[in-house]
Unconditional design. Structure first.
Lengths: 396, 213, 308
């Protein structure tokens, strides 16, 4: 052991200590609790759960606290924890048609069975800072015109023919654990189902095939759609958003309509082979987006709309919409479209670069010492310069 | 999404055999795995790695007590390398109920025909014709079978081995040479072999050149 | 010492089996990159997650582990990885190359020759030697399949046309046993000759890129070149200022703002060993460790008012 080794170790210890102090901040300000983060920073918690691929609001809140609000760092903490968890079972596919919705809108039909449910959305808030939130104590809960008050869940906006099951209940929007979702519960049909019944949209073939899992098998290209969707679902929101936006601006345009966007809770069921039936093990909140895209057709087949799909854990509609646009753009080959060279059409480009934990690790590793490689480059440049100088002298 | 089968999950947790195990065969199937899997499989893997990286060297492994006719070394190789994600082919005498039960309980590897197996276990004669086994694809040569070949003994006499992992030459009592020469000719495709006898193990990757002397 | 909350060497047994299978296939096809389902590790991608997973799959409790970064045992990331295995595997650690049974490295091969029984684990950022010529995995996989390495030769030849020599100084591509072109990780080309005919097992792990590859002992590894432009190693044309070694790879340390420089061994164990034996360079044996110059952490030590 010699002195510099201890220096390195001490530096790391001290950096960790400093970091812990910085995380806590001013001791005169009360420390955040996990329930506070979970309840009041819910969209951040949702993003960490989605990109961390682990549905656990408390752990996501803990990760956000530990990461000082750096969401990518928090995602990283969750991912590293998730890897160590045993896989006990694979759930049955969740039935989003049986979702207990907090929000459900369609941009393609003015009204439809189940109705439009605005839900708790920022959409029609005026983006004015609400200084009432800054004051101590609870903000007023009345219908102050400029306050971002969530639309009453399942309120008057949705007098559709068949109101969504329990949407009109007076229970708070979440959690909605165990509100009578037995097997006989009414379903909230998907908009694409209406189109499909008339043959207006491509049929999405059901499959019992176990989808691939990129966290357990190395990614292999070309990927199938299930694998692409998995990668996008845990991909970086910003990256997926940017790609989706680029398709809207013409880089792989797909003319997307939001057929339907729904947010709510679904039951997760696991088949128990010994029992011969499935058991509900809990409920999770999901955001699902189905887009209706430009049609295709040929001499033999009449034109039909096509689909893009997004499904994200938690309430995360920006991500779900973006995901469905990118999904659709990536389907160019299967749908017989041209590859225009757009980034969002390029499966390898999208899948290899959408993971923010891979990206941030590799990006930030360039701050590690590289003096061995740099020294090699330095010697080479010196040598090349010396040779060039010698040539110049010889010429003069 | 690959969920571990209950049997493999149990062996992972090193659960003790239930005390009321009724029959002898049943207790045989439940015993003979690693008592301390993380450490025993680590030590065994290092031996397997050295064996495969230095073709012709004979290493010693311990920790498994598989049912007859399996050798200790074959049992160790299965425990170290196979699990519910690998398809296993049992050939000849190795394909018997006690071994199948033991594999089901401790390893959980699905049994498969030779053509689709990731691992195959049996005596050399029982594995014939070895041209049945997967040799990988030109773009994925790693997707090939590993044969665990049970032998009566392993000694450093016999055909000469040269190639990666070997400084000049080594010698090993291989069951034959023609099949391994044919396999080498497929490189980078081909199957890889582990030879087992008692508690001894030796490796012969596809990269090794084999010559009768 | 071992952290009981985690499995031996951190990874669960099924993950270790998967990595071990990939390592054996890598050994069987030297230089070929075996895809593996790299796990998320508690350290960032790009910081040695591939090497860490390979090391975790190889370690036994009896091992003595050495971890180096840039040749040095004391660089912060090497310290961090060493601590990780002390904590999760309880293995002994060492800085002496000769005493180590497993050495995890970033960017260097130790100066002291390795021997049988040792394993050298490389951390690899971009395992695909053709990646900077062809960004698509689907294409480079085909090129390896067909042994189509013309593009690499064209690139090296363009170097010669422009610079009069091959302008690649680290991560210099090699051909393994006459078959696969391989990236030796970003070691300086000074280290390339040590890849070939090495008695130790050399394993390469790329976590983010999900690839493992290997060189069994005594494998023939040739640095790519041309008959009229043969491969040459290079290093700073100096001796080590601390130990006087003439044949070791050197780090350049800027000592003042007047152009002052010193050159010291990048391999700290090698340099310290020589000095212990009484060798001395230009600046004598009484000097502090080379890394005291290169890694001055004073600036980030908290606790002093000035630093805040």
């Amino acid at each position: 052991m010699y002195v510099a080794v201890k220096g390195g170790e001490r530096a790391i210890d001290n950096a960790h200590q400093w970091l812990a102090e910085e995380r806590r901040g001013d001791l005169a300000v009360p420390e955040l609790t996990i329930p506070q983060i979970r309840e009041q920073m819910k969209l951040a918690v949702n993003r960490v759960m989605a990109e961390g691929s682990l549905y656990d609001p408390d752990l996501a809140a803990l990760a956000i606290k530990q990461a000082r609000g750096d969401l990518i760092e928090a995602v990283f903490l969750i991912r590293a924890y998730r890897t160590t968890l045993p896989r006990l079972a694979a759930s049955r596919p969740v039935a989003t048609g049986a979702m207990a919705v907090d929000r459900r809108i369609s941009a393609t039909f003015k009204d439809l069975p189940g109705g439009q449910v605005l839900g708790p959305t920022f959409d029609y808030t005026h983006r004015l800072l609400d200084f009432a939130l800054m004051a101590e104590g609870e903000p007023p809960t009345g219908a102050a015109p400029l306050s971002p008050i969530p639309f009453p869940p399942g309120g008057g906006e949705a007098p559709g023919p068949a109101a969504p099951p329990d949407a009109a209940s007076d229970a708070p929007p979440s959690p909605r654990v165990g509100e009578g979702w037995g097997g006989g519960a009414p379903r909230l049909p998907h908009v694409t189902g209406f189109l499909n019944r008339d043959g207006l949209i491509e049929t999405a073939e059901a499959s019992d095939r176990t989808p691939p899992d990129l966290t357990r098998e190395p990614m292999e290209l070309p990927a199938d759609r299930a694998l692409r969707l998995q990668a996008l679902a845990r991909g970086d929101e910003g990256f997926v958003l940017g790609l989706a936006y680029s398709t809207q601006r013409g880089y792989g345009r797909t003319h997307a309509f939001v057929g339907e966007l729904r947010i709510g809770t679904v039951a997760v069921e696991v088949e128990i082979p010994e029992l011969g039936f499935a058991v509900e093990i809990g409920e999770i909140e999901l955001t699902e987006c189905e887009t209706v895209n430009q049609f295709k057709g040929s001499r033999t087949e009449p034109p039909q709309f096509t689909r893009g799909y997004g499904l994200v854990m938690g309430q995360s509609e920006r991500k779900a919409i973006a995901m469905s646009l990118v999904d659709r753009a990536l389907r160019w080959q299967e749908l017989g479209e041209d590859f225009t060279g757009a980034p969002a059409q390029d499966e390898e480009f999208v899948l290899m670069h959408c993971d923010n934990i891979q990206a941030t690790g590799f990006l930030e590793h360039i701050k590690l010492p590289h003096y061995v490689d740099f020294q090699a480059e330095l010697e080479l440049v010196r040598k090349l310069r010396a040779e060039a100088a010698a040539l110049r002298e010889a010429a003069e | 999404m690959s969920a571990a089968t209950p049997s493999a999950a149990q062996s992972e947790a090193q659960s003790e055999a239930p005390s009321e195990a009724r029959s002898e065969a049943r207790s045989e199937a439940l015993s003979g795995g690693f008592a301390d899997a993380p450490v025993q499989s680590a030590r065994a893997f290092r031996e397997v790695l050295e064996a495969m990286a230095r073709p012709g060297t004979i290493r010693k492994v311990a920790g498994a007590r598989p049912p007859a006719p399996l050798s200790v070394a074959a049992g160790v190789a299965l425990l170290v390398l196979c699990d519910p994600t690998t398809r296993l082919h049992l050939a000849g005498a190795a394909d018997c109920p006690p071994v199948r039960d033991w594999v089901a309980f401790h390893i959980g590897a699905p049994l498969a025909p030779a053509e689709t197996a990731d691992f195959a276990l049996g005596r050399w004669e029982a594995l014939q014709p070895v041209t049945r086994f997967r040799i990988g694809q030109p773009d994925y040569p790693d997707r090939s079978a590993t044969l665990i070949v049970e032998c009566d003994r392993l000694v450093n006499h016999g055909p000469a081995l040269t190639g990666p992992g070997i400084e000049t030459a080594t010698w090993l009592n291989l069951p034959e040479t023609a099949a391994f020469r044919a396999n080498r000719a497929l490189f980078p495709l081909g199957f890889d072999c582990l030879f087992t006898a008692g508690d001894r193990i030796a490796g012969l990757p596809r990269s090794t050149r084999v010559e009768n002397i | 010492m071992t952290d009981q909350a985690y499995n031996f060497a951190y990874l669960d047994e099924q993950t270790k089996r998967m990595i071990r299978r990939a390592i054996l296939k890598g050994i069987a096809v030297p230089g070929y990159q075996v895809p593996f389902a790299s796990r998320e590790m508690p350290m960032p991608y790009g910081w040695g997650t591939g090497g860490v997973q390979v090391t975790a799959a190889c370690l036994v409790p009896e091992d003595r582990l050495k971890v180096i970064d840039q040749g040095a045992d004391d660089t912060t990331n090497a310290v961090s990885i060493r601590r990780f295995f002390q904590r999760t595997a309880g293995v002994a650690t060492t800085e002496a190359t000769t005493e180590a049974t497993v050495i995890q490295t970033r960017h260097r091969i130790p100066e002291t020759p390795l021997k049988a029984g040792q394993i050298l684990v490389y951390q690899v950022p971009i395992p695909e030697p053709l990646r900077f010529l062809e960004p698509r995995e689907t294409e480079t996989r085909k090129m390896h399949e067909l042994e189509e390495y013309g593009l690499m030769h064209v690139k090296l030849y363009e170097d010669i046309a422009r610079h009069g020599q091959i302008a690649t100084s680290y991560a210099y591509p090699v051909k393994v046993e006459g078959r696969y072109v391989m990236d030796p990780s970003p070691i300086p080309k000074f280290d390339n000759p040590k890849l070939s005919g090495n008695p130790a097992i050399q394993l390469f792990g790329a976590g983010r890129e999900q690839r493992i590859y290997a060189l069994p002992p005594w494998t023939e590894v040739v640095s790519l070149d041309f008959d009229d432009h043969p491969f040459e190693t290079s290093k700073a044309p100096h001796d080590c200022d601390l130990c006087g070694a003439q044949d070791s790879y050197l780090d350049e340390v800027i000592t003042d703002d007047q152009g002052g420089r010193m050159f010291v061994c990048s391999d700290t164990d090698f340099c310290a060993g020589r000095r212990a034996k009484g060798h001395a360079g230009r600046l004598g044996a009484g000097q502090k460790s080379s890394k005291t110059f290169a890694n001055s952490f004073e600036g980030i030590w908290p606790g002093t008012e000035g630093a805040r």
